[in-house]
Design a protein around this ligand. Structure first.
Ligand SMILES: Nc1ncnc2c1ncn2[C@@H]1O[C@H](COP(=O)(O)OP(=O)(O)OP(=O)(O)O)[C@@H](O)[C@H]1O
Length: 243
């Protein structure tokens, strides 16, 4: 089997008060779309921040393409695309300039950056807004900029935290198609969501997170995902209360 795009072994990060991520193992293969679902506060964003080196684990290891994060050469981050928390855009610059800059930060040459930005603008339905300053854009279109910046350089590893937030139905479809395209090209993708049916359309695997742990998985082809999700969460809550 090929090397996972990313692998987490016993990753733990505990905040004061006890919340956090309490020992997570996870591997995402090239070409895999892996969905992460869980209630508010389950630890999804924290897990993603640990995967991206934004947060240091108390213990455990995160490897990208087999290399532990502290040893990862800085150039390797150019092969990663992510949107975790807020989409970063310079309000005074237009949408296309923002995307060109993001492409440059991901290692594209000046010539390549324009082409990547134009392709992403097309892919995410942003052509009408290409020359509009970011601060004038709607919330959903700012989210589209963040997604375009995360995807435009065709990364090998993609991490998206609730990417459909603020997107209209057309945006949801464009994003879905873009994610499937990246996976078909070999990217490993982790995407969190509160929309079970939405992620089930594209995910190869769905992991359920509860109280900082991965407690099980859902079959993306199953009919009543909501019921299966709550059954897992309730059983886990009961088990921990009994312990
Ligand atoms: N820097 C921090 N310091 C203390 N506690 C934190 C910190 N960051 C997150 N937490 C806590 O860790 C837990 C997990 O938060 P996290 O944001 O990872 O959850 P989530 O699954 O992404 O939630 P949501 O679905 O609401 O986005 C929460 O209880 C949160 O309050």
């Amino acid at each position: 089997m090929s090397e996972p795009r990313i692998e987490l072994v016993a990753v733990r990060r505990e905040f004061a008060g006890g919340a956090g991520v309490h020992g997570v193992d996870l591997a995402i293969a090239p070409g895999e779309i892996h969905a992460l679902v869980g209630l508010n506060g389950a630890g999804k964003t924290t897990l993603m921040r640990l995967m991206l080196g934004m947060l240091r684990p108390d213990s455990g290891v995160v490897r990208i393409d087999g290399v532990a994060l502290p040893d990862l050469p800085s150039g390797a981050w150019a092969r990663v695309g992510h949107l975790v928390e807020q989409a970063l855009a310079y309000g005074e610059l237009d949408l296309r300039t923002n995307l060109r800059l993001a492409a440059r930060l991901h290692g594209a040459t000046r010539n390549e950056a324009g082409g990547l930005a134009d392709a992403a603008i097309e892919e995410l339905g942003l052509a009408r807004y290409a020359r509009v300053r970011a601060r004038r854009l709607s919330l959903g279109n700012r989210q589209r900029i963040g997604l375009a910046a995360a995807l435009q350089h065709h990364p090998d590893l993609i991490v998206l935290d609730e990417p459909t937030n603020a997107l209209d139905p057309a945006g949801v479809i464009l994003l879905r198609e873009a994610i499937v395209r990246r996976a078909a090209a070999g990217a490993g993708i982790l995407v969190s969501s509160h929309h079970l049916d939405e992620v089930a359309r594209i995910a190869d695997r769905i992991s359920v997170m509860n109280d900082g742990r991965l407690i099980g998985s859902l079959d993306p082809g199953a009919t009543d995902l909501e019921r299966a999700f709550f059954a897992l969460v309730h059983a886990d809550d009961l088990e921990r209360r009994a312990a």
